[in-house]
Design a protein. Sequence first.
Length: 457
Amino acid sequence: MAINDDRIMGKNCPGWHRMSNLFETDPYSGKPKILFIGLGSSSHAHAWIDLLNCSQMNVRMFSIPGGGVPPAGWDIRTYVCDHSGLSQEGLNHRIRQYFYREDIKRLETKLFYCALVLGRKAISFAYKRFGMPGLEFSHTDHPLNNIKITSPDVWLAKIIQEWRPDIIHTLGVFDGQGGEFYLNVRKKFGLKNQGIWVLQLRGGSDIALRRYNPETAKQILDAFSECDQIITDNRANMEYIKNQGFADKVASIAPIPGTGGMDVKRLASMRKIKTSQSREIIFPKGYELAWSKCLPIFEAFQLCWDRIVPCKIHILNLTPEIHLWFYSLPLHIRESCILHNRIPREEFFSLLANCRVLLIPSLVDGVPNSLYEAMGLGAFPIVSPLETITPVVKNEENVLFARNLYPTEISAALVRAMSDDNLVDRATQNNFQLVEKIASRSTIAEKVINYYQELVG
């Protein structure tokens, strides 16, 4: 489907926030252009894209509807679909363009009455002076003439057709991630020949369960058929992709951590005490999803409490439902817990650098980024023996295994981890070596940059 003039996100559309020419001027003329599509607020997305900081490639990101706004200090040109960007402090208009999906009718009404009182020139001045969102006027008598309302999918298609990226890299597939959004735009507007599509899977959650449902399995195969390359973080996914007939599409750099690995030396320097000297536990999965369950963890705390005290437990990312269940725990357990909402990645690192145990049992996973982070920061991991994880780490050598739905296994692992100083200190040293070998960010950055360069020839 071609994009005609009436469907284009152009200068007369209320969704277009005009920026300086600097945004549209590529810093590296003639060098490869990569457009990332995904969640603009995701620290994991930022970490991956930042691998290219020294690559002399022209990089932009399209943050899909609901994908949030990147931090103002993240210096990557980003197209933002969320209205929330309007109120964010410290917005960097030099490297952001915005599509406001909300309040368009309200803006039109206000403009109409302002125009009656002030006239077109005054409104245009206000736009230029104060950056009023989404307002641009054609040279007609009525300031609202020729305003066209469009949608983020049209905007993305317009961007791809005009900027013409060499590579379109989608971050994640389902659950409102970049792959699903781009696939629909690609089909709707006939963008198949516009750039090389690199599809990056999100751990196990993208395809681990969906492959068994005939309807969602078709969606997976549809995405695999359309894309040119597939990146994943684990060998189980690679085997599945190959068994479905797409072996030639598995990226040469796979399997690879979804964040692009760890700055191992920097993380190791953050650890100031031996692992065995800490009595802190971090449990970052304070939610109930298809991929992991929280209530068995709460049950495990009660089963082993007398054998792991004294301790302090940091519980992260509590959902309202789990918040209710938290208050069903005995008071003496709750008094030893610290509740955190979603925290920045660096703050999470600081917690890991001072804790003894990272508790992350799950039902479905790739190779968790938090597992690599714990290994780099000297925290001892308790994880589930999933097919994506067991090829990477060994029980009692790097981690302790405990299945997510078995409170007795989790409690036994906690008791062992909180009482066996030799185990956790020995594993810490093993893990420093392992993470350097398989997840060193400097090594991965070189591989990723070479990979993109080879794709574009």
